[in-house]
Structures are given as structure tokens and as C-alpha cells.
Design a protein around this ligand. Structure first.
Ligand code: CAA
Length: 440
């Protein structure tokens, strides 16, 4: 069977930067290490006053199409995944297509366009839709363009404010891909949850602490479900495990949970169980509280083992380096984690062809999905083409006053006019509703 997967990706960051330890922490009266060590973040990407989900998505897609020498006729569908949409009827993909049609020969009249919503997991769901469309033979030789784009902003003063971010990831899904082949097997954990919502409102209502627990619970279910179709996962099976990364500290918790599930070293498990007096299984305890206390003790011990720390350093930590500098990109976040891992491999001269990734996506509301991917022969050229370091370096570093102004500009309830902090360079810009996506 022909391989189907991600042929190419491009990343587009918002053009502004909020320094968390240097600018945010002093204003909040917090220890900078709460952000750098606790949450694991150094900075957030932020959209300048002329940027939004359309411009960032279109800029990422434009760069991808130009680099790959594609014309609209090569693309049979465009799906945008976002939880920052501004139009309840017309999908963001139509706005993006309108931008791209200004610069490419031909148009997207033949292309199926849509918008996917399930919080942050929608980016991965759009990949699935593209995969299924190609596998079903409905693509007529064309590729799919999937764009995950978000302005992940929280209300001022919300605990989530430290985890904000803005950016887009564009992905080309094709037969015989250059980057990764997607597995047919998937595992899900899905439940009706209300810890993170945006019912007709711009900024989310979040129960942050609960959202962390829901993420972990759904991820545990997805891993079990994945194993029920793909067989037992061993920690050695995967070169990297990119997780949805709202902030790296969240992934630290999820990775420990995953590791407990995938260690197949019974000696290590028995040793740890001996230290807490018995195996941490619910049936071994009289009350739920006793079980929870014992489990916490067990996990604390596991976290300190050399085996876990080595696995974390090799398999998880490299997935977090871009995220540390950009914050949460919601739908794009897990795709940034994959890029981060492969960039690490390239920079360290690691040959990844034929190696596997375990990709763990998540969306509040809530659903987790796990699948595997096999890295393809052309991966080095694809990752080498990313200019993410340059983009991050070029961001304008906001003062606190700048940040307050820009946050207000992106609050649709407020009518504020702020000058641009950066000069757009050959990119689509938002210049008022009448001139959406004009290229400057
Ligand atoms: N030095 C080192 N570490 C410190 C520290 C210091 N001085 N001060 C605090 N910390 C540590 C804390 O111990 C904590 O670590 P642990 O969780 O490992 O104990 C960490 O820093 C964060 O501190 P707090 O828990 O006190 O932080 P908070 O309550 O202000 O905010 C949050 C945390 C509630 C998760 C908040 O960031 C939030 O609401 N975020 C938005 C929701 C979110 O991202 N949820 C994640 C799951 S949902 C999801 O994934 C979907 C999505 O994209 C939104």
C-alpha cells in the first residue's frame, strides 16, 4: 500500500514576543522560575496588530507552496483547524484561499474547503481527514493542505495568561510523503468535559487545575486504546514522543504517566512497589485516598530513576524546545512538537529514516488521540528548510505597556487602534475587514 502522510511543513510565528521571566514575572510579582522551571516557558509569541489567524495561516501556507513549487491545481482540499475562529458560517480556509489566490497562478475553485473544531486536537483531526480522503482514492492525484492556526490568548489576569501564544503550522498531506507516514492505527480517549470552554466568547473560561487532570485522564485512555489495536507499546519503540504542549510542564506530567504505562521492566516496577510496600493498583488499597497517596509516592520514585530520566531526556525533552520559546499554539502545538524533535535530530546528526514517533494529540472538551508515524527518507531536506530560528530571533520584544496595548487590540470587544510594532515583510496582513489578507 502506498504510504500516506505529511510531505512538508512550515511554521509561522506571530511577530511579537513576550518575555516571561524578564517582562511578565516582575509585573505579576512572581518568581521568574515559576515560568521557566515550573511551566517550562521562556517566552510567548504574540500577533502584531496586523496579524490574525488568517494572515498567519496564509503566510505559513504560502511559504510551503512556494518552497515545494506548488500551484493551486496541485491542492484538492484545504482544511483549517482553529479554536480562534471569528466567523460562524464561512470557514477560515476560504479566507486563506483568497489570500493565496492573490499570489499564485490559478485558483482553488476545485478544492474542498472546511474548518475543523475540537479545541487543540482539531489539527490532528484535519490530518486524519486528509489521510482518509487520500486513502479513499478521492484525491485525483492531488494533495491536501492542512493549516493549524490560533491566537491562544486568555483574559488578562487569568492563570492561563502565562501560557499564551500565536502561530500557524501548514502541512501538506500526500502520497509518498517526504517527512512522515501516518499509521492507520489510532487510540482515543474522549469524554464530555467542561474545564475549558469558549461559548460565543473570545477568551476561554478555564478551570486550569482541572484541565490538567482531564488531559492526563484522556491521554491514559488513548494510550490503552492505541495498544488495543497496535499491540503493547515499549518505551524503546519510539525515537521521540511529541505531545500536545500547552506548556512544557504539562508534558512533563503526561510523559511520566506514559512512561509508567510503557515500561516493560518488571524488575524496576517490583523494586518501586517494594519501596511503597505493594503494587500501586486500586484493588490493593482499602480506600481511594490510600491508593492515590501510594500512587503519588510511586510516581515520585519513578521520576527519580535513571531509566526514566534518560528516556525523558532522549525522547521527550527535544520535542519541547520550540514550545519553550512560543507558548501554546493550540491546534498547531503538537505539530510544533514534532518539528522540534526532528530539528533536534538534524542538529545532532541523528539518522531518523525508518524511525518511529509516538504522537499524542489532545483537545479540551475533551479528547486525546495517539498514533504512530514513521520518518521518511526526505525528512532532512524538509526540516532543514524550516526557518523557525530566524523567525523567533526576529520577533519584536514587547515592553509591558506594548503588551497591554496589543492584548487590547486582539480583544474583539474593544475598539483600539495601535501602530504596528514590526514592519510586515512580503506577508499577508490584516488591514481592516474590507481588505482582509492584503499582501504587503
Ligand atoms: N520555581 C519553580 N517552580 C515553580 C515555582 C518556582 N518559583 N513556582 C511555581 N512553580 C511550579 C509549580 O509547582 C507548578 O508545578 P507542578 O504543577 O509540577 O507542581 C508549576 O510551576 C505551575 O505553578 P502553578 O500550578 O501554581 O501555576 P498556576 O496555577 O498559576 O497555573 C495552570 C497553572 C492552572 C495550568 C495555568 O497555566 C492555566 O490555567 N493554563 C491554561 C490551561 C492549560 O493550559 N491546561 C493544560 C491542560 S488543557 C490543554 O492542554 C488544552 C490547551 O491547550 C489549553
Amino acid at each position: 500500500m502506498t504510504a500516506v502522510g505529511i510531505d512538508a511543513i512550515e511554521i509561522w510565528t506571530g511577530n511579537l514576543k513576550l518575555d516571561l521571566p524578564g517582562t511578565f514575572a516582575p509585573e505579576k510579582g512572581e518568581d521568574p522560575e515559576k515560568y521557566t522551571k515550573g511551566l517550562g516557558l521562556n517566552a510567548s509569541s504574540f500577533p502584531d496588530s496586523y496579524e490574525d489567524i488568517v494572515t498567519m495561516g496564509a503566510n505559513a501556507a504560502h511559504r510551503l507552496m512556494e518552497r515545494k513549487g506548488l500551484e493551486p491545481d496541485d491542492i484538492g482540499r484545504i482544511d483549517v483547524a482553529t479554536e480562534s475562529a471569528f466567523d460562524n458560517s464561512k470557514p477560515v480556509s476560504t479566507y486563506v484561499a483568497g489570500c493565496l489566490e492573490q499570489v499564485f497562478e490559478g485558483d482553488f475553485h476545485h478544492a474542498n474547503k472546511g474548518e475543523r473544531k475540537f479545541a487543540c486536537i482539531a489539527g490532528t483531526q484535519s490530518l486524519d481527514d486528509a489521510y482518509n480522503w487520500i486513502r479513499a482514492g478521492r484525491n485525483r492525484g492531488r494533495s491536501a493542505l492542512v493549516i493549524a492556526t490560533d491566537t491562544a490568548l486568555y483574559a488578562r489576569g487569568d492563570a492561563g495568561e502565562a501560557t499564551q501564544g500565536a502561530g500557524a503550522v501548514a502541512m501538506l498531506i500526500s502520497e509518498d510523503p517526504n517527512l512522515v507516514e501516518l499509521s492507520a492505527e489510532q487510540g482515543y480517549g474522549s469524554a464530555d468535559e467542561t474545564d475549558f470552554l469558549k461559548p460565543n466568547q473570545q477568551f476561554p473560561s478555564v478551570d486550569g487545575k482541572r484541565s490538567v487532570q482531564v488531559y492526563l485522564a484522556r491521554m491514559r485512555e488513548a494510550l490503552k486504546d492505541y495498544e488495543s489495536v497496535a499491540g503493547d507499546v515499549h518505551e524503546a519503540d519510539f525515537a521521540y514522543a511529541p505531545f500536545h504542549t500547552p506548556f512544557p510542564g504539562m508534558v512533563r506530567k503526561a510523559a511520566l504517566l506514559a512512561y509508567r504505562h510503557v515500561i516493560r521492566d518488571t524488575t524496576l516496577e517490583d523494586d518501586l512497589a517494594d519501596e511503597i510496600g505493594r503494587q500501586p493498583r486500586p484493588e490493593a488499597f482499602d480506600t481511594d485516598d490510600d491508593y492515590r497517596d501510594a500512587l503519588r509516592e510511586y510516581m515520585d520514585l519513578l521520576k527519580e530513576t535513571e531509566a526514566y530520566q534518560e528516556w525523558y531526556a532522549e525522547t521527550i525533552d527535544p520535542t519541547l524546545s520550540i514550545s519553550r520559546e512560543v507558548g501554546n499554539w493550540y491546534t498547531g502545538s503538537v505539530h510544533v512538537a514534532r518539528a522540534s524533535a526532528l530539528k533536534h535530530a538534524l542538529e545532532n546528526g541523528r539518522d531518523m529514516t525508518g524511525e518511529s514517533l509516538l504522537v499524542a494529540s489532545y483537545g479540551s472538551g475533551a479528547q486525546a488521540e495517539i498514533h504512530s508515524e514513521v520518518v521518511q527518507e526526505g525528512w532532512e531536506d524538509e526540516i532543514e528548510a524550516l526557518n523557525v530560528d530566524e523567525q523567533l530571533e526576529d520577533r519584536y520584544d514587547m515592553s509591558w505597556d506594548d503588551y497591554e496595548e496589543v492584548h487590547d487590540v486582539h480583544n474583539h470587544d474593544m475598539d483600539v487602534d495601535v501602530e504596528e510594532f514590526t514592519a510586515p515583510e512580503s506577508e499577508f496582513v490584516f488591514d481592516g475587514w474590507g481588505r482582509m489578507g492584503e499582501r504587503k
